[in-house]
Design a binder for this molecule. Sequence first.
Ligand code: CA
Length: 323
Amino acid sequence: MNKFFLVILFFSLLNFQLSAQNLLPINIAHRGASGYLPEHTLAAKALAYGQGADYIEQDIVLTADDIPIIIHDIHLDTVTDVARKFPERKRKDGRFYALDFTLAEIKTLQVNERIDLKTGLPVFPKRFPLYKSEFRISTLAEELEMIQGLNKSTGKDIGIYPEIKEPEWHRKEGHDISKIVLFILNEFGYKTKEDKCYLQCFDAKELKRIRAELKSELALVQLLEEDTDLNEVAKYADGIGPSIKQIITEIKPDGKPVISDMVKLAHQKDLVVHPYTFRVDSLPFSLDSDKLLNVLFKKIKIDGIFSDFPDVTAKFLKKKFKK
Ligand code: CA
């Protein structure tokens, strides 16, 4: 083989490797298969795994004894029976904070479908019935053990998608959540961009800190609530997580979507785009779920989506991308 040929081969392999990660869009189970089972329970995660998710999401907050647990809010009261079990432990604002409870205490709580605190009614009425069956809050380590265990028993390689929740608030309360989470991810082998892990956060300052000060080499995703300078984001992150409505801003009366230039700009900066959240029982527009996914994946070319219904997303991706 001559040298020239070897150089060509090297670059084509390199190029293949670089593009392989983003070749097919990914199906991210949002809080597990939360459309079917109470969010963030191990049951919801196992179902998501079985339904064909490529990545499974973990929202992370700390307990009083600095154990990262998997729950969406810093509060316990919208998804557990904490108010009944520990009525005297609420703060002045009437809320119950995970950070005020030890892991042992949190493990005594029963997890339920998310309720609206004002009405006591479920946020998604068609989902799993309130106060039925038996679910507990799990730690980050327990969930990673289960996903890695399933990877071993099935031979698949499903990724994780942890989110650090409210790092600034945690720090004000005297807890460095990012440091603790990075330590555990590292223990479980998630260290670089080659490992199947996207670490996400809404707090741009914290993501920069994770990259620069805490020296993480993981793939980082900047979650977005409002329009942000993507040139700035591209300096420290590998992707963005906007809401669907930041990408499709409206649907015209004739059914045509109005599309922002966010995905185009992100792709110019080599940022992957994983919008939130696809819910068949709460669609953002009058489009049906198949049409919405079609516009997002085929027309706008997003790289993945956070979905409460990973089975629906998996079926769509299988049909359209032969996944
Ligand atoms: Ca999240």
